[in-house]
Design a protein around this ligand. Structure first.
Ligand SMILES: Nc1ncnc2c1ncn2[C@@H]1O[C@H](COP(=O)(O)OP(=O)(O)OP(=O)(O)O)[C@@H](O)[C@H]1O
Ligand SMILES: [Mg+2]
Length: 410
């Protein structure tokens, strides 16, 4: 039934009655009206050349405006040469505008055609709407099935194309992903995606991922959540092997945003989300929390992050949790907690920093923020100023040596 709509419709510029919505060939009358309207331009061009010949006025032209409709425009210098059947409509600085009986008739035919097009298209559209309304429930069912088939075939195509495997969803509290990947980053990336693994279980369900900027922490957190979600959707997953615990809720605290119209600053939004995670997560939850501890003074951030990690990793009904941070201090503080420490690896070479994107056991103790800032295009003189302060802070041991600082903080 929908074959009557024009394929080129975008929905945005489709005004019913414009003649652009319904296909011309759908209805004979409609087609004739449209072709007459569309050929009117041709008629005008012919009219113009005939009038030039008839009057001998070479720079005469035919035009249209909303107030006066169609007109013949003649330069003032030649207006005395127009034939008697020209009727004056408008005087401009350098030209005069006229109409003829023929032009007026044409105009009324065109106007008539357009109003009939409008009427006809509205009528045809109303018929369509009625037919659709009469079949609404079967249409809805069809749309649901199409959506279902679309999702299922897309997931299976992705699985086949990208070598996904069938995950196991288990009642036990095990989250074991071997060589998992982020499907979207892999798809769009020019370089080969580096797969990573995670293995959490009954007693240790929290992983703390440290690592420099740009090293792949957020990607690793998200891919884990995506794999758990895909598995629960009944899809294959981007991993060599995946054993996923039966999960009821996934909580994700990623990125930074404020909600200033609701009276919430960036840090407030972050804390509200963390509060909700602490309130609502249980052993059937997966929590991914990016950059915990940022957005406030260093000591405050470290303190909150540590307490949150302690709570999540030690509570009775603890969720699976993957938490990332730039602060090695947080790992240091969490040394006695049941936490798996993971670190995104980079290599320092002669040419600079190389991101390896391997997530391995351990704690990373450098952020390489200045190096990444340089890659991002911060001007050298600004970087060199930053470098001086960085040296000073490092030598003062203010923020950078965990063991010294731990005493100061607590
Ligand atoms: N496993 C991977 N294999 C290949 N490329 C990756 C991988 N992980 C991340 N990348 C690339 O590195 C970029 C940065 O990754 P990501 O945002 O995860 O880093 P990050 O450690 O969270 O950095 P930041 O601390 O600055 O937030 C990604 O946009 C992606 O292009
Ligand atoms: Mg990140």
């Amino acid at each position: 039934m929908l074959e009557l709509l024009n394929e080129s419709l975008t929905g945005v510029d489709a005004e019913i009655g414009s003649g652009d919505v319904i296909k011309a060939d759908w209805d004979e009358d409609f087609r004739e009206l449209l072709s007459f309207a569309r050929e009117s331009q041709k008629w005008l061009a012919e009219f113009e050349s005939t009038e030039k010949e008839r009057t001998g006025i070479k720079n005469l032209k035919v035009g249209y405006n909303d107030t006066f409709g169609y007109y013949v425009e003649v330069p003032k210098s030649r207006s005395k040469d127009v034939p008697p059947y020209y009727m004056k409509r408008q005087t401009l600085v350098n030209a005069e505008r006229f109409v003829t009986k023929e032009l007026l008739e044409f105009e009324s035919r065109v106007q008539d055609a357009y109003s009939r097009i409008e009427e006809k298209e509205k009528e045809l559209f109303a018929e369509l709407v009625k037919k659709l309304a009469d079949n609404l429930s079967s249409l809805r069912r069809a749309a649901e099935w199409i959506a279902y088939v679309d999702v299922a075939t897309s997931l299976s195509l992705a699985a086949r194309k990208m070598g996904w495997t069938k995950p196991q969803i288990v009642p036990e509290r095990i989250l074991m992903i071997k060589n998992g990947k982020h499907p979207v980053v892999e798809w769009y990336s020019d370089v080969p995606f580096v797969p990573n693994s995670v293995d959490l279980g009954a007693s240790v369900r929290t992983a703390l991922v440290t690592g420099p900027n740009m090293a792949g922490k957020s990607t690793f957190l998200r891919q884990t959540a995506i794999i758990v979600l895909l598995a629960h959707m009944g899809s294959f997953v981007p991993a060599q092997e995946a054993v996923v615990p039966l999960t009821k809720k996934i909580f994700a605290r990623m990125g930074a945003a404020d909600e200033i119209i609701y009276g919430r600053s960036t840090f407030m939004v972050e804390m509200t989300q963390i509060a909700r995670i602490l309130r609502e997560s249980d052993e059937f939850s997966l929590v991914v929390m990016d950059e915990v501890g940022r957005g406030t003074a260093v000591a405050d951030g470290l303190a909150i992050a540590w307490a949150v990690i302690k709570e999540l990793s030690m509570r009775k009904h603890k969720p699976f949790a993957l938490i990332s941070t730039h602060y090695p201090e947080i790992a240091e503080l969490s040394a006695d907690l049941p936490v798996l420490f993971l670190a995104a690896q980079v290599a320092e070479t002669e040419e600079g920093l190389t991101f390896l994107y391997r997530i391995e056991q351990g704690v990373s103790d450098k952020a390489y923020g200045l190096e990444v800032a340089a890659l991002a295009g911060i001007p050298p003189h600004v970087l060199s100023e930053a470098g001086k302060v960085f040296q000073k802070l490092s030598s003062q041991d203010l923020f950078l040596r965990p063991e010294a600082k731990q005493m100061r903080l607590f």
